[in-house]
Design a protein around this ligand. Structure first.
Ligand SMILES: NC(=O)c1ccc[n+]([C@@H]2O[C@H](COP(=O)([O-])OP(=O)(O)OC[C@H]3O[C@@H](n4cnc5c(N)ncnc54)[C@H](O)[C@@H]3O)[C@@H](O)[C@H]2O)c1
Length: 350
């Protein structure tokens, strides 16, 4: 006898720029039936309704919450609605996937985790880059010690991109780099500094330069901008053995450079020696799986197996980093302790 599993009923909320991608990804999964699409905008509802005619199109979120047949809700609305919508979804006993950044504050992120635990529901945050094959390959290179001790990481994520109306470039693009760094390095920075500028829209920073100090000594620098002549998503990881350049969206997204400099202790005072190594450049084979589909398949797997997402705490830490970076930005670039959100600089005595 064969036992057929009924498909998982899912509703997608928020059909702006990113929601349609999630909708497409869900429609590709064999185990899922998209039962609702929801947006406040009627035009988006009718456009996306044509792509997914079997789903009920509604501007009333309560309709999804009230349907006992609906198992899960996927949320892709603006950042400052994430907590309210995700909390309501969990309170209505729906498994919940919420886009990055997890919540508008660390306290709210913790509250969502608590709600999911208390109601035994699966909760996941859409940190797409954690499912990106090049990011995973770099993680493998770090974990297998091929790079040696990591000295520093330097990253640029710039584009002539969509200006968000309600949040800074740190809330918008920062979660990508923060999640990647926490995943690779498995440690939280002690402190962060951020400077930036609201070049176009007053009060909305469209460029930010951030520096993080990790307890192990690793230094990371991240440049974010919606104002750049061309799109660049490039990270260099410099280790004691090798160096890596990860450049998303290129033909060779990961290149491993067998390059470095060795320092030999001076035999006599002032006579230290440096030896330079410049070996092969290798470009590992990277699978071509789509991160978004892998990520949604993971959400479905968690629901089916009742496992807890391994990256929820990471998602909460990402929000903590965004808050600390915003606090540094507001203070004109003072170093901010990530754990407390307070400046690490003693006030200058009068
Ligand atoms: N994972 C990724 O790579 C990635 C990429 C882009 C955006 N995002 C995230 O996706 C989310 C959405 O970003 P976006 O750029 O698509 O925003 P957007 O402004 O283009 O779209 C948001 C949509 O949500 C709708 N909406 C707002 N409040 C709603 C409510 N209460 N009920 C129903 N619909 C509502 C709006 O009408 C709009 O259509 C953000 O959290 C963003 O950070 C993630």
């Amino acid at each position: 006898m064969r036992f057929e599993r009924s498909p998982l009923g899912v509703g997608v909320v928020g059909l702006g720029y990113w929601g349609p991608n999630l909708l497409r990804g869900l429609m590709e999964l064999p185990d899922v039936e998209v039962r609702y699409i929801c947006d406040l905008d009627q035009e988006r509802l009718s456009t996306l309704g044509r792509r997914c005619p079997s789903a009920t199109a509604t501007d009333r979120y309560e309709e999804l919450l009230g349907d006992p047949q609906l198992a899960a809700i996927v949320i892709a609305t603006p950042v400052f609605t994430h907590f309210e919508l995700a909390a309501a979804s969990l309170q209505a006993d729906k498994h919940t996937f919420v886009e990055k950044p997890f919540a508008p504050s660390t306290a709210q992120a913790s509250e969502l985790i608590g709600l999911a635990e208390a109601r035994d529901l699966r909760l996941m945050c859409g940190q797409t880059f954690l499912y990106s094959p090049p990011v995973r390959e770099v993680k493998r290179l770090i974990d297998t010690d091929e790079l040696g001790d990591i000295f520093f990481v330097s990253s640029s994520r710039v584009n002539l991109g969509l200006h968000q109306r309600d949040v800074s470039v740190i809330w918008d693009l920062g979660p990508h780099d923060f999640s990647i760094l926490l995943h690779w390095l498995e440690e939280m920075p002690e402190s962060i500094t951020a400077v930036g500028r609201d070049s176009i829209v007053p009060g909305i920073h469209d460029v930010a330069f951030m520096t993080m100090q990790f307890p192990s000594g690793i230094l990371a620098n991240v440049e974010l901008s919606w104002l750049a002549p061309s799109k660049l998503r490039r990270t260099a990881i410099v280790g004691s053995n090798k160096m890596v350049v990860y450049e998303d969206g290129t033909a060779e997204p990961v290149r491993v450079f067998d390059r470095g400099v060795e320092y030999r202790d001076p035999e006599t005072f002032g006579e230290y020696q440096l030896s330079y190594r410049s070996g092969d450049i290798r470009s590992p084979m990277i699978p071509s799986t789509e991160p978004l589909v892998t990520e949604l398949a993971e959400f479905v797997r968690l629901i089916r197996t009742r496992e807890t997402s391994a990256d929820l705490e990471l998602a909460r830490h990402v929000v903590m980093l965004v808050e600390a970076a915003e606090s540094s930005l507001a203070g004109g670039g003072v170093p901010v302790a990530v754990a407390t959100g307070a400046s690490t600089q003693a006030p200058i005595a009068a």
